[in-house]
Design a protein around this ligand. Structure first.
Ligand SMILES: [Zn+2]
Ligand SMILES: [Zn+2]
Length: 103
C-alpha cells in the first residue's frame, strides 16, 4: 500500500495539520483504525495537561489530626476533615468540598 501526506483538521483548534505518509505507515502497522484528531501543538498540550497534578493543599484533619490533602484551599475557621472522618460524619455537617453542595 502506498501512503501520501494528507491534510487533516484538528478537532481542538481547527487548524489543518499534515498526517504524513510516514505517520500513516506507523498507524497502519499499529492497526489504528482512526485518523489522528489533533495537531502536534494540541497533542503536546494534552500530553502536558495530563501530567499536571491536581492542586492539592496539605492540611490536618480537624477531627483526628491526621495529615490529609484536600483539592481546594481550606477556608479559615472551617473544619477540614480527612477522608475517613468525612465519611464518618456524613454530608450533614462539615463539607469536604464547600462549593459542591450535592454529591
Ligand atoms: Zn490543534
Ligand atoms: Zn480525620
Amino acid at each position: 500500500m502506498e501512503f501520501v501526506d494528507r491534510v487533516l483538521k484538528c478537532v481542538d483548534c481547527g487548524a489543518d495539520f499534515v498526517f504524513t505518509a510516514g505517520e500513516q505507515v506507523f498507524f497502519h502497522d499499529k492497526q489504528f483504525k482512526n485518523d489522528p484528531k489533533h495537531c502536534k501543538q494540541c497533542k503536546a498540550k494534552r500530553a502536558r495537561g495530563s501530567q499536571k497534578v491536581r492542586p492539592e493543599t496539605r492540611t490536618t484533619c480537624s477531627e483526628c489530626g491526621a495529615e490529609t490533602t484536600v483539592p481546594f484551599k481550606p477556608t479559615q475557621g472551617r473544619p477540614v476533615l480527612c477522608r475517613s472522618c468525612f465519611q464518618k460524619q456524613g454530608k450533614a455537617q462539615a463539607s469536604l468540598e464547600p462549593t459542591a453542595a450535592q454529591d
